[in-house]
Design a protein around this ligand. Sequence first.
Ligand code: TEU
Ligand code: CA
Length: 561
Amino acid sequence: MNKAWWKECVVYQIYPRSFQDTNGDGIGDLPGITARLPYLRRLGADVLWISPFYQSPGRDNGYDISDYQAVAPEFGTLADFDELLAQAHRQGMKLVIDLVVNHTSDQHPWFRESRRSRDNPFRHYYIWRDGTDGGPPNNWGSCFSGSSWKLDEATGQYYLHTFGEFQPDLNWDNPAVRQEIYRMMRWWCDRGVDGFRMDVISMISKTAVMPDGPRNPGSAYGSFAPYVVNGPRVHEYLQEMNREVLSQYDLLTVGECSGLTVEQACRYANAEGTELNMAFQFEHMDLDGGESFKWDLRKIDVVELKRVLSKWQTGLAGRAWNSLYWCNHDQPRIVSRLGDSSTPEMRERSAKALALCLHMMQGTPYIYQGEELAMTNASFRSLEDFRDVESLNAYRELTESGQMEPEEMLNCLRYKSRDNARTPMQWTGGPQAGFTAAEPWIGLNENYRTINAQEQTERLDSVFYFYRDLIRLRHRYELIVYGDYRLLWPEHRQVFAYIRALDMQRLLVVCNLSGEAAEIRVPEEYAGGELLISSCGDVTIRPVMALRPWEAFAILQEKYD
Ligand code: TEU
Ligand code: CA
């Protein structure tokens, strides 16, 4: 097997806006991350992935970039970034940055030029089309509601925006665009960054012909996916990016690829290293709504979850490399979505069970800020509490069209809005959770008084130290990084159990992902095994066990014959 540091590491994702404010403006900033490096070192994270901090109008919290090589003033300066990078390296951590090149901000100089005239040198940096029948070129809908096309009066054409109308899609078919992006990437690599998380990278190649797409359920618009996702030249472009940039540095590269299948992942993250190291797939995140209709309140079914995650474990084995995640800045908090936040004890135990279930698998684990504390979804009272453009646009579109009642849609936002992941990091139980001295840009989760880093780093049986121990186990056992995966009891409705195997070592992982007791029969060859970690602290392993609610453990069998 090909060993690599990016296969053996654990990544911690930071959403800078919500991590730590140091200049009293209510917005997290780069010096705030630097100040918190000791906390991250104590957790044991090897790599930090920082979400966008570049020059931006901030309409999608930085995923609308107007200058790829400048730091937005609210986050600090380029010198602040260089200091963060130097300090992270000094403390033994690598630093990965977000690459958002499917689109720019409409305030980017390239777009300001492109929209000036049809023969402007920058016109074909973006995707312009004539309308049809007095309307947009086709029926494509934007991820942020409404049409994917915006008419620009000055030149009488429409431009494509698969996300906000303030995020025009770049034209990757234009070699000048590609070369500009590779030059920018080299600039960051020469500055010392250790890799890229690539935003919606599976969408950068569009088909030349752009017909209407299949209608989205309950929407007036069609899907652009068949003509945009995994497009005709995406692998050609990533192989070119690899030749021109990635292969010249020692990087971690992960592509965000919603709609990804195992077969496609084996191309994006192929073991030959001609494209990326790994990819984020969304199939397990779509089990409670997702691609079809995100705002569905369906619960995730454990048997379905086991089927999907096991398919990815076995499907990529030896062919590509998995990324492992429950949380990020776009997803609701996993302990609210799949765990049990009914009582403090069940919240912590379910968070530990979910973490153990994910972190003992094959692939690079990603921890999202606050996940290590079992931070929960927030308590949004009204629409005014929300900030996310995706949520606010969806609320307006779905309620104004009469598809959803306002209170019903508010409940959907409370459960699924991306803002659940974006409330301030809860450092202490003190004023503003120690995040800021000012009014934060988004409200705190009211439970910060009991759920915070200070309380957990002072308590050895906390979720924080459980995550630290999971990271230590991954550092200690190659079995966890490189071992084979085999699912046990696929039809068990509560228990997610699997075996990892490498040489003579075996690891039995058993996770009761339910709030009820669950009976299991422990395979006899594990009876004398070594208990490595448990969500319940004390565990007596017996041949037949009645697992407690959210009880999870891992047993190592060294001399397996
Ligand atoms: O997200 C892309 C994406 O697929 C999102 O639509 C996500 O799947 C959805 O919001 C989940 O409900 C990336 C970034 O992670 C996101 O923060 C940006 O808003 C988006 O691209 C545009 O850059
Ligand atoms: Ca600040």
